[in-house]
Design a protein around this ligand. Structure first.
Ligand code: MOS
Length: 766
């Protein structure tokens, strides 16, 4: 049975396509009208409110609480501490698989980081729970915390990211470095970052005997489902998780977090439904963050501007009790050709919460350093930075000499540069001013992000009234995934998108996979496309085997599914509607199933999205204030399902890049380990006034290997390249090279050593 939407052909169907159209978000009205019901909006009968009490020391032991005062407060129902916490079936200090982090769920009196949950107050109202939490007044035995990259000995971790090796390389790095005529040996620093999605972690849990019903905010309902079952020792069929909408995740909601388990435990303890929603400041402790990095880059080039060595050494931090190693060296694996490469990671253990995936983990800080270093080496070689990158362009993945499944990076460079006007850029810094006399600088960076597919399943149904239904467990976390996935489904089912219902965000639906690693559209989309193919295949069998159908006997030539009808492929005058086929067969519903998994072709090909980002900044020569005035990004990420949404993803990623370059930094109190700026007023992120004209150019790319849809991820690539582009533009404006992010006024206007005792690169005065 073949038809136009068959496996392998799906990528190239254009006629009558929903995919490719710039549709607006299906859920847009629900969101702007405030009718989308997020986890914390739920309020089951008899529900109580839980508030976490968190440590305000980084290391030590809780010695006492004022339980009497807290319990005496009107409305307080119960206080949960390690002494009365209901038991768990699994040890929260074990880590059964790489996608489950160690948890802090009141297992004992140890404090391992500031803002670790140490008790939970449960009350009739949020106010009473909050007041009860304040009255609990914990006392501690305090130990000296280790809080920065210099506080302990570093070690080589077993794995970085999820399961990549910490060290990799080719050639003789020292010989390569010695062979170069220009050299860079520079150290770049990036700070702790926190995710800060608009919606904080939230859980509403209700027990009914040994059945558990949960509303929560998660990037991965099915996996969370399995993890909750494991922690509580319940069969998965006893647990129902609903997560239809997620107000941003950024990686912070990818794995089961301690507060979620505490909310469920609290409901168990009081045998009533309980809601636990984190306050904004509680988002700066137990639910992950991006660890700081210190990256040493040693690069050298020969007299033709070709790299002779690329040495990328990362030092980062993980918690005292678990390991997540920010894989900053990853960016260097895949971009530039060098006969000698060395990529290493070391980590130190600090008394902070365990880091986790966040907005291009690895590639974001890694490409910030690499792209800055490439710019520095280009200047040392007196070669235009774009030309310098083209000279070091690699047709294959440089570290393992694996061919790319596709790589339209040259086209990204060409179209981005042309749109930006790059050819008019003077090589020397401090050569451009605007009408106000401000210094103007232009910089660029290369963008890259892996194109992955995960495990997922989907169901697609055709109903006898000619409409379709898609079922998948994953949520829409704001990026418009339901819209893109519905477009894929509509094409696969041969239906108008308006004829399609989307059932999602529930753990009892087919596993939509993790919504992360920029892989969701490719992963869930492939499963949906195959499910639709399966349903159409079954429908076609009914028609082609039925003497009374105009399609009878078309089994060998195949049919085309379009706008609710099947057409004979060799004679489109012969067709029949889905409704008629199903009515005659006496069936009311046809169900198709599809799955997606890791792509076996990834063994033979290196699969990545690529891009190039060009930035313009102005710098006030008196005050050192930086403004990003223009950003142009050109990105190639396979087939574009929805250009409006894809552009919007690129804009978002590039704004993260502005944030990384100029704004974001969590400031750790060196005495207590608390984040001092744990709120959205002081944890700076770009506001509208910080975001200039942004353009994202969509470069066409045909990738026959990456997956059946031919589509690659667009969610995170925008932050890569952008950070370096802005840092390089600041250098080009001022002649000052700042190697510590975020780049601040004082770094630009003051010479070395005047601002703080932190190690700081040499810089010039304006
Ligand atoms: Mo993302 S950091 O893969 O949710």
């Amino acid at each position: 049975m073949t038809h136009e939407f068959g496996i392998g052909s799906t990528a190239h169907v254009r006629h009558g396509s929903n995919a490719g159209q710039p549709l607006t978000r299906r859920d847009g009205m629900l969101k702007v009208a405030g009718t989308a019901r997020y986890a914390g909006d739920n309020h089951p009968e008899g529900m109580l409110y839980a508030v976490m009490v968190e440590s305000n020391i980084a290391r030590g032991r809780v010695t006492s609480f004022d339980l009497t005062a807290a319990k005496a407060h009107p409305g307080v129902v119960e206080v949960m501490t390690p002494k009365n916490r209901p038991s768990l079936a699994a040890d929260p200090d074990l880590r059964p698989n790489p996608f489950m982090m160690r948890l802090d769920v009141l297992q004992n009196d140890r404090v391992r980081y500031a803002r670790q949950p140490i008790a939970v107050v449960i009350a009739e109202t949020l106010e009473a729970a909050t007041e009860g939490a304040a009255l609990l007044a914990p006392r501690y035995d305090v130990e000296q915390p280790r809080l920065n990259l210099d506080s302990t000995e570093s070690f080589v971790p077993k794995v970085i990211r999820v399961m990549s090796p910490p060290e990799d390389g080719i050639g003789d790095i020292e010989a390569g470095f010695a062979a170069g005529v220009t050299h860079i040996d520079a150290t770049y620093e990036t700070p702790d970052h926190y995710h800060n999605p608009m919606e904080p972690h939230a859980v509403v849990a209700s027990w009914d005997g040994d059945r558990l019903s949960i509303d929560m905010s998660t990037q991965n309902p099915t996996f969370t489902h399995a993890q909750v079952a494991y922690m509580f020792g319940l069969p998965t069929e006893n647990i129902q998780i609903r997560s239809p909408w997620v107000g941003g995740g950024f990686g912070g909601k990818g794995m089961l977090a301690s507060p979620t388990v505490l909310g469920i435990l609290a409901a168990r303890l009081v045998d009533r439904p309980v809601k636990l929603v984190l306050r904004r400041d509680q988002m700066y402790g137990s639910v992950g963050h991006r660890a700081p990095t210190r990256q040493r880059l040693r690069l050298s080039a020969d007299d033709e501007g070709k790299l002779t060595a690329l040495d990328h050494q990362t030092l980062t931090a993980t918690s005292s009790f678990d390991e997540f190693i920010e894989p900053a060296g990853d960016a260097s694996h895949v971009l530039y050709a060098s006969p000698a490469m060395s990529i290493t990671h070391r980590a130190v253990r600090v008394d902070m919460g365990t880091p986790v995936f966040m907005r291009a983990p690895g590639e974001a800080p890694g490409s910030a350093a690499l792209e800055s270093a490439m710019d520095e080496l280009a200047w040392a070689s007196r070669i235009d930075p774009l030309d310098f990158r083209l000279r070091n362009y690699s047709e294959t993945e440089p570290l393992h000499h694996k061919p790319f499944s596709s790589k339209e990076l040259r086209e990204c460079y060409r179209q981005g540069a042309e749109r930006f006007g790059w050819s008019r850029r003077p090589l020397e810094p401090r050569r451009m001013r605007n009408d106000n006399g401000f210094l103007v600088g232009w910089g660029m960076g290369t963008a890259t992000f892996p194109a992955i597919t995960f495990q997922a399943a989907a169901r697609a149904k055709i109903l006898s009234n000619g409409t379709g239904v898609v079922e998948i467990s994953s949520a829409d976390m704001g990026q418009g995934s339901f819209t893109a996935l519905a477009q894929i489904a509509a094409d696969s089912l041969g239906l108008d998108i308006e004829q399609l219902e989307f059932h999602a965000g529930k753990s009892d639906l087919p596993d939509g996979g993790i919504e992360g690693a920029s892989a969701h559209t490719a992963t869930a989309g492939s499963a949906i496309a195959f499910a639709g193919d399966d349903a159409i295949g079954k429908l076609a069998e009914l028609a082609t085997g039925d003497e009374n159908s105009p399609l009878f006997g078309a089994g060998n030539t195949g049919v085309i599914a379009r706008a609710g009808r099947l057409y004979r492929r060799d004679d489109e005058n012969r067709s029949e509607s889905y409704a008629d086929i199903m009515a005659r067969a006496g069936t009311t519903m046809i169900e198709g199933n599809g799955t997606c998994g890791p792509n076996p072709a990834a063994k033979s090909f290196s699969m990545h999205s690529h891009g190039a980002v060009f930035a313009e900044v102005t710098v006030d020569p008196d005050l050192g204030q930086v403004r990003v005035t223009r950003l142009v990004g050109a990105f190639a990420a396979g087939r574009v399902i929805n250009p409006r949404l894809v552009r919007s993803q690129y804009y978002g990623g590039m704004i993260w890049g502005i944030s990384f370059a100029l704004h974001e930094e969590a400031i750790v109190d060196r005495r207590t380990g608390m984040i001092i700026n744990a709120d959205l007023a002081e944890y700076r992120i770009p506001v509208n006034a910080d975001v200039p004209s942004i353009e994202a150019i969509l470069i066409e790319e045909h990738d026959p290997y990456v997956n059946a849809l031919g589509t690659k991820g667009v969610g995170e690539i925008g932050i890569t390249g952008t950070v370096g582009a802005i840092a390089n533009a600041i250098w080009h404006a001022t002649g000052v090279r700042v190697r510590r992010f975020p780049i601040r006024i004082e770094d630009i206007i003051l010479p070395h050593g005047q601002v703080s005792s932190m190690e700081r690169p040499q810089s010039n005065t304006l």
